[in-house]
Design a protein. Structure first.
Length: 563
C-alpha cells in the first residue's frame, strides 16, 4: 500500500510531490479500525451444464481469484482455482465440453486485459495473448468446438485451444461480437453499428443489418435457429430487435420507456431481458402475447447477469441489504454462516427522491443513528448510474453516521440517449450542463430535508471527481471537503483559486492512468493553500477493487470525514 497523510505547504513543488507519491510504498500509516469488509463478487459468472458448476471471480482473499461452486446441494463450499498468478483474474467463459475456462488478467488495473486458458482437469493455465498494452476483450468459447473468439483492439481473433494456435485475425475493426447458437457463425457489430455475419472456416463476411443511425451501447446478441436478437439504442433508447438472418428481415422490436439489456431467446417464443426501471435493474420476460412478467421477486436492486433453462435460474444480484450474491431458483446460494451474514449486514436505509423529470436519485441514510453530516456522491462514467443496491463504501460511511445524497446527474444511464447527452460533443458544454443539474438537485434535496446553510462533503468517483472539482469552483461556499476517488484530472486548474478553508483527500492506484501530469499539477495547485491528504495504493490502477485496498480506503475516508 502507498499511504501518505501530510499537510502540504507552499514551498512544496510539483517535483517534490512526485517524489512523495513515488516514495509512499515504504510504510503504512493508517490505523485499521474497520477490518472485515464483505467480499466483492465480479459482475460476470459462467455456468457449465455438463459439470453442473458455476464459476465466478471474487476478492475474498484480497486479489480477485476464480472460484468453482457446485450446485448439487446448497451446503457446497466454493473452491479457489489455482492460477498461480499474483494479479486480479476474471472468468469469462467455459468450453462446451466443460474442460476449459477462459479468463482475463488485469495486471495494471486499468481494464487492459490479457487472455488465459485454464484446463480444469490439470488445474493449469496458459497465456495466449501476452500483450499487456493491448485490450484483448472478452474471450468466449464456441458452443460447438474448443475455439475461443475475442476482439484484440477491435480485430476478431480465433484461437484453437486443443492445438494451441491462432486460426484467424480480421482486418476489419469491430465493437462487439457473439457466436451463433451452433457455433458455425460469428455475429459482429462494426464502428457504424451495422451487423455482419461471418462464416467460421471460410471467414467470409455478409452484412445482415444496417443501423439507421449510430448506436452508442455495444450490441448484446442472442441467437436461436434463424432468429438473431440484439440490443440497439439508435432510436434514442436501448431496445431489443429481432432479425431473421436468412431473409435479413427485421421482425419486431421491444421498446419501453427505460433502457433494456441482455436479450435471451427461449424456445417457447419468450424473450428474457434485464430492464432499467425506477433506478433498479431487474429481470423480465415478454411472451408472444405481449405479456410482461418480472422474473425475480425482489422489488429493488440490480441484477447483473442471469442464466436460465427449463429447470434452473441463476441470478447475480445485489439488493439494498446484501452485496452481490447468487440467487439459485430464487434462493440465496450457498448458505452463509451467522458470522458471514453479520459481516455483510447493511448499515444503510435507502430512500429514493424523484425529480419532476422522473429521474431517480437516492438518499443512503444511516440506520438507527443521528446524521452527523452529508456527503454528496457523484458516480463515475459519466455513463453509469446509482441504483438501490449495497455499496461497500457507502455502507461504511453510513455506519459512521453520515448521510449520502447520491445523484444520477445528466449523463447517467438508464433513461435513454437524450438524458445521457450522447448528441453533445462539446465537453465544456456537457460539463456546464452537468454542474447546473447537480446544483439544482442538491438544492432540491436541501429543501426536501430542510437543510439550511450546511456545507457538504463531495465524494466523486472517476469522472464524478472531475465534476466535484468543477462544482467547487462554481459553488465554493457549499463545499467543506472534497474526496477524489480515482478522479479524472480537471483541465485549467488555475492556481488563483483560494480554497484555504477546504480539505482534500485524493485516493488513487499507483498505476492509475489518471494519475498523470495534469492530475499532479492539480494536486500541486490545491496544496499551495489547502490541507491535502493522499492515499496512493500499491498494485492498483484506476479501478480500486482489491479487498485490502478497499479496506484502507474506507478507513481513510472515515478518518478524513471525522477530522
Amino acid at each position: 500500500m502507498k499511504i501518505i497523510v501530510k499537510k502540504y505547504f507552499p514551498c512544496c513543488t510539483i517535483l517534490s510531490l512526485v517524489l512523495i507519491i513515488s516514495a509512499c510504498t515504504e510504510k503504512e500509516e493508517i490505523d485499521l479500525k474497520i477490518k472485515n469488509i464483505p467480499e466483492e463478487i465480479n459482475s460476470h459468472f459462467v455456468f457449465s451444464q455438463i459439470n453442473n458448476k458455476l464459476y465466478y471471480s471474487s476478492n475474498k482473499e484480497n486479489l480477485f481469484n476464480i472460484y468453482e461452486l457446485g450446485l448439487t446441494h446448497k451446503l457446497e463450499k466454493s473452491i479457489k482455482l489455482q492460477t498461480n498468478l499474483e494479479q486480479d483474474v476474471f472468468v469469462r467463459s467455459v468450453s462446451q465440453d466443460g474442460n476449459y475456462l477462459s479468463f482475463v488478467s488485469d495486471d495494471n488495473g486499468n481494464q487492459i486485459y490479457d487472455i488465459f486458458i485454464y484446463k480444469l482437469k490439470d488445474h493449469k493455465a496458459f497465456n495466449i495473448t501476452k500483450s499487456p498494452t493491448i485490450d484483448d476483450g472478452n474471450p468466449v468459447f464456441s458452443p460447438k468446438h474448443n475455439i475461443v473468439a475475442f476482439l484484440s483492439s477491435g480485430r476478431l481473433r480465433l484461437f484453437d485451444v486443443e492445438q494451441r494456435k491462432f486460426l484467424y485475425k480480421s482486418e476489419r475493426i469491430f465493437k462487439s461480437f457473439s457466436w451463433s447458437e451452433n457455433g458455425d457463425l460469428v455475429f459482429l457489430e462494426d464502428s457504424d453499428s451495422d451487423i455482419w455475419m461471418m462464416e467460421v472456416g471460410k471467414f467470409s463476411y455478409n452484412k445482415i443489418w444496417s443501423s439507421p443511425s449510430k448506436s452508442y451501447v455495444p450490441k448484446m446478441f442472442d441467437n436461436k435457429n434463424e432468429i438473431l436478437s440484439f440490443i440497439s439504442d439508435h432510436s434514442g433508447i436501448s431496445s431489443i430487435y429481432k432479425l431473421n438472418i436468412l431473409s435479413k428481415e427485421t421482425l419486431d422490436s421491444i421498446t419501453f420507456d427505460s433502457d433494456i439489456y441482455s436479450p435471451s431467446l427461449k424456445s417457447n417464443k419468450i424473450v428474457e431481458f434485464r430492464m432499467n426501471t425506477k433506478g433498479s435493474i431487474l429481470d423480465y420476460s415478454l411472451n408472444s402475447k405481449g405479456e410482461l412478467r418480472k422474473q425475480i421477486p425482489q422489488k429493488n436492486g440490480v441484477s447483473y447477469q442471469f442464466y436460465s433453462n427449463d429447470s434452473l435460474r441463476i441470478n447475480l444480484f445485489a439488493g439494498i441489504d446484501l452485496p452481490k450474491h447468487f440467487l439459485i431458483n430464487g434462493e440465496s446460494y450457498p448458505e452463509k454462516s451467522k458470522e458471514e451474514l453479520e459481516q455483510e449486514d447493511s448499515c444503510s436505509e435507502i430512500q429514493p427522491f424523484i425529480t419532476d423529470e422522473g429521474v431517480y436519485h437516492y438518499l443512503f441514510l444511516p440506520k438507527h443513528k443521528k446524521i452527523k453530516g452529508w456527503v454528496v456522491w457523484l458516480h463515475g462514467g459519466p455513463h453509469e448510474q446509482i441504483s438501490p443496491r449495497y455499496n461497500v463504501l457507502m455502507n461504511y460511511i453510513n455506519k459512521a453516521g453520515w448521510g449520502i445524497i447520491a445523484l444520477n446527474y445528466l449523463g447517467s444511464t438508464g433513461m435513454g440517449n437524450s438524458f445521457e447527452m450522447r448528441n453533445i460533443e462539446d465537453s465544456k458544454l456537457k460539463l456546464d450542463l452537468q454542474i447546473d443539474d447537480i446544483s439544482k438537485n442538491i438544492n432540491s434535496v436541501k429543501e426536501k430535508l430542510k437543510i439550511e446553510d450546511e456545507k457538504f462533503v463531495i465524494l466523486g468517483v472517476s469522472y464524478g471527481a472531475k465534476l466535484a472539482h468543477s462544482y467547487l469552483k462554481e459553488y465554493p461556499n457549499s463545499v467543506s471537503k472534497i474526496i477524489d476517488f480515482s478522479g479524472l484530472p480537471l483541465f485549467n486548474t488555475a492556481s488563483d483559486f483560494n480554497f484555504s478553508d477546504k480539505d482534500f483527500l485524493f485516493i488513487s492506484g499507483i498505476k492509475d492512468f489518471a494519475l498523470n501530469d495534469l492530475k499532479i499539477n492539480m494536486i500541486d495547485n490545491y496544496q499551495r493553500e489547502s490541507y491535502v491528504e493522499l492515499l496512493i495504493l500499491k498494485n492498483e490502477g484506476h479501478y480500486i477493487r482489491r479487498r485490502n485496498s478497499l479496506t484502507k480506503s474506507i478507513n481513510k475516508i472515515i478518518k478524513f470525514l471525522e477530522n
